[in-house]
Write a protein that binds this ligand. Structure first.
Ligand code: ADP
Length: 225
């Protein structure tokens, strides 16, 4: 296999019970290794643990047992602020809630890591070129609430490209999109993986599955071989 980017080892996650509902074993020991250039589609029935896996792998939800490393960095050995910094520098997210910042315009959202570190003229030029590449140049001054769902997805992708993210996590990225926009988003993700990145995508969509280079099937908190 090519150089490993994501390494999950024996990951378990339980949620405490509520009311009459007992404890839920969302992940029952997941090990997964994803190499550079892979486009992974994670699928399986509702409730099998897909979102839990994505959140844990994305450094957003600490597992009870097991380790998760990205580019050799054990995510949960970092304290919260260092993990947040690692996420901002290395990870991209295309989630339903997008993680776009409502009070920044499109250019500001794209350059959000740069805004924190002091933006240079070069960075702005690069951001504008990426917006152009994603068909968003005319939207640079708009705010997320003025964008269509497809445009918001594209902006989230563009941000991962701008930040040179090594891995992109996507949760049902084609779920709310029409066929044309779904194709655009899938093509961009494929290109992101093709350029040496990694994509880990949760999806129910057969067309999205076809784009993946590796399909991982999850059943009841375990990977089905
Ligand atoms: P999927 O994404 O495959 O639908 P999830 O990872 O969302 O699966 O959920 C796996 C299991 O964990 C389900 O039984 C779900 O109800 C439960 N679950 C998910 N999140 C929570 C939570 N915050 N609290 C309690 N149970 C949860």
């Amino acid at each position: 296999m090519s150089e490993s980017v994501l390494e999950m080892n024996g990951v378990k996650k339980r949620y405490p019970g509520k009311g009459s509902r007992g404890e839920v074993h969302a992940l029952r020991g997941v090990s997964l290794s994803v190499g550079k250039g892979e486009f992974v589609a994670l699928h399986g029935p509702s409730g099998c643990g897909k979102s839990t896996l994505l959140l844990a792998a994305g450094g957003l939800l600490r597992p009870d047992v097991g380790t998760i490393a990205i580019n050799g960095q054990d995510l949960y050995s970092l304290n919260n602020s260092n993990r947040a910094r690692f996420r901002a520098a290395n990870l991209g997210f295309v989630f339903q809630q997008f993680h776009l910042i409502p009070y920044l315009d499109v250019l500001g959202n794209l350059m959000v890591t740069e805004v924190a570190t002091g933006q240079s003229a070069n960075a702005k030029k690069r951001a504008e070129a990426i917006l152009e590449q994603f068909g968003m140049a005319a939207r640079a001054g708009h705010h997320p609430s003025e964008l269509s769902v497809g445009e918001q997805q594209r902006l989230a992708l563009a941000r991962a490209v701008f930040a040179n993210a090594s891995i992109l996590f996507a949760d049902e990225p084609t779920g709310n999109l029409d066929r044309d926009n779904a194709t655009i988003v899938l093509d961009y993700m494929k290109e992101f993986a093709g350029n040496g990145g990694v994509v880990v995508m949760v999806t129910h969509d057969d067309r999205a599955l076809e784009h993946a280079s590796q399909k991982v099937s999850l059943v009841d908190g375990r990977i089905k071989e």
